[in-house]
Design a protein around this ligand. Structure first.
Ligand code: SAH
Length: 238
């Protein structure tokens, strides 16, 4: 209940500013966290092992960077979030409305690291045309979407959601099993996890962990916007 109430104060603009503008979104070096995340995603999708008709992104928030490499491998991308303010922000971006967050540096960077010489506007167009559904979700319910997704998702992606919406490890681990078959002013707690805890939760939710990468947040990127000291990137299969 406390978490739900906390999220009522979530301000998409402040969240984007804290995490997706410099110093975190600094593309000049891979020491910074945003280029690290984009490389994890680019390299994982470049293996060609993750593809299909539908990809669902769980807890998309107001962001699309996490879909830039994925969108080449799926016909349809389904974005989801608990908050209407975030779903509306994503809808405005997908329709190309003016005044939304500028993702172009992210798109340019992803095109660069993917190394196919693709003009970034083409990737932007592809993602916009594939992002056709933006649905409400609650990962704490056994049926997070209310009813199963049709057609079912072939793959699931989720960034910074489960640990940011779970009050403790038990809730995090439960949410991980739920998400399988779908498949400003807020100060929000994040459940503390180490690599061992992530391995354990992923295994107990019935996934085979293919790869776990660990990023240590450098001192320059630490507070004031949160107390995160690292980031995990997991590729797992069920
Ligand atoms: N994926 C984005 C946003 C992560 S922030 C990124 O990579 O930056 C965490 C997100 O979880 C927020 O958008 C918040 O609205 C959403 N959220 C909060 N409670 C939730 C719940 N119960 N179920 C699913 N998502 C929730």
């Amino acid at each position: 209940a406390a978490l739900r109430e906390g999220y009522e104060h979530f301000d998409p603009r402040a969240y984007l500013q804290n995490n997706y503008l410099p110093p975190r979104a600094d593309f000049s070096s891979e020491e910074f966290v945003v280029p690290w995340k984009l490389r994890c995603l680019a390299e994982t999708f470049a293996t060609g092992e993750i593809h299909g008709h539908t990809l669902i992104d769980v807890g998309s928030g107001p962001t699309i960077y996490q879909l830039l490499s994925a969108c080449d491998h799926f016909e349809e991308i389904v974005a989801t979030d608990y908050l209407a303010v975030n779903r509306e922000e994503l809808g405005r971006w997908a329709r190309g409305e003016p005044g939304t967050f500028d993702w172009s540096p992210f798109i340019q960077h992803v095109c660069k690291i993917e190394g196919r010489g693709e003009p970034w506007q083409e990737k932007e167009r592809r993602l916009r045309s594939r992002l056709r559904r933006i649905l409400p979700i609650d990962v704490h319910r056994p049926d997070p979407l209310g009813s199963p997704l049709r057609p079912p998702a072939d793959a699931l992606l989720s960034a910074f959601c489960l640990e940011a919406v779970s009050p403790d490890r038990a809730a995090f681990t439960r949410a991980l099993t739920h998400s399988f078959y779908l498949a400003g002013p807020a100060r929000l707690p994040v459940v503390p996890l180490d690599a061992g805890a992530v391995r354990e939760a992923v295994a107990s939710a019935g996934f085979a962990l293919r790869e776990l990468r660990v990023y240590a947040m450098p001192p320059a990127l630490r507070p004031p916007v949160d107390d995160v000291d690292g980031v995990f990137f997991a590729h797992a299969q069920k």
